[in-house]
Design a protein around this ligand. Sequence first.
Ligand code: UD1
Ligand code: MG
Length: 401
Amino acid sequence: MESVWAVVLSLVYSLVAHFICYQAIKNFKDMFIKAGMFGKDLNKTSEEKIPEGLGVVSGAMFLISCFLFIPIPFLDYSELQFTQFICALLSICCMIFLGFADDVLDLRWRHKLFLPTIASLPLLAVYFVSGGSTTIIVPIPLRPLLGYDLHLGVLVYIYMGMLAVFCTNAINILAGVNGVETGQSVIIGTSIAVFNVIEIARDQFAAKHLFSLYLILPFIAVSLALLRHNWYPSKVFVGDTLCYFAGMTFAVVAILGSFSKTMLLFFIPQVFNFLYSVPQLFGIIPCPRHRLPKFDRATGLLGMSYAKFSPDQMGPGGAALLKTLSFLRLAKVEWSPPSGKEKKAEISVNNLTIINYLLKFIGPTHERTLTIYIMTVQVVGTIIAFSIRYGFVRFFYDVVQ
Ligand code: UD1
Ligand code: MG
């Protein structure tokens, strides 16, 4: 009963945080431009300066809201849960700080991969001291081979560190269209909240899901405030700060709530986007600074964007990979033979993002409509995730009814 009141108060805190955050972004955005933190909207004709990195305001509002919430459930709780909450906030706070540093300094890709690993250390430490399990239950089809459970030891910590790296970067690379970074974060956050509520109602590890809810509700609230400014036509850009903040919050609640597999199911579009991006991320084919869709000034619509390069710029296996992608109709590839004496052959391939892949089917689209389509894909992903979690799961694990 007490926890019902704590959830109600968490909702009230979140609502207040939402309105303050919305106003704070409005008040602070010009200061960002004055401080030189702005970008150009690449999909617009106007040259207007758009303030960049406003995710830091939502991050700060989230932290304040969570700090003020601590006395509500945690004074009565065990010392352990209090420590877990503080360490969860420490990891998220560290990630916001490093994300903001990235926005200010425009770090390189190898640094971006490194930052979430560092920020997840407080989380891994509290998992360790709270006697976190390093044993996994083997899925039913594999049990004749591996037995009922497996002791993975240190591999579990490596997995958790990698989960933080994946969640943060996966959101950051599904980007470039107004509202997409924040929109996906709000939908994934809401999916997690719905999952938590269902599990609490089924009385399944209710304490862990309550813990997750106390973090995810204010997260949704401040992200929604940011989305209202970031929706087409964007008045502010969210920066890598928001992507890291969101990814780390999801990793934290999933690890401490012991539902990382379900959480990954909510990342279905991001998983596909990551897998499709692998050739560009790992340098098998060149990756331009921006892979966002191409804006057609004449029509005002967005179409597929292309990477153009000569064959010698590809890594090993690049040619075979392009042929396969083209054969499977997974990418639009064009080879132009060398023309004249000096000129080299040129290859053109659409940037490997699911946003471009979507545009391959629907053709040139208005930016707002494209965001709505991407959000629809995300919601369909959530519906599939819930069907797997509550339907097909019985083929893999012993389910408690
Ligand atoms: C990631 C993507 C990159 C994409 C970029 C867009 C990879 C490997 N990296 O890079 O392909 O182009 O995000 O966010 O996939 N911008 C817009 N409209 C928007 C959002 C952003 O024009 O709706 C532009 C603005 O110029 C803004 C800049 O993108 O200043 C921000 O890019 P940034 O977040 O720094 O790019 P990355 O995260 O490095
Ligand atoms: Mg980014």
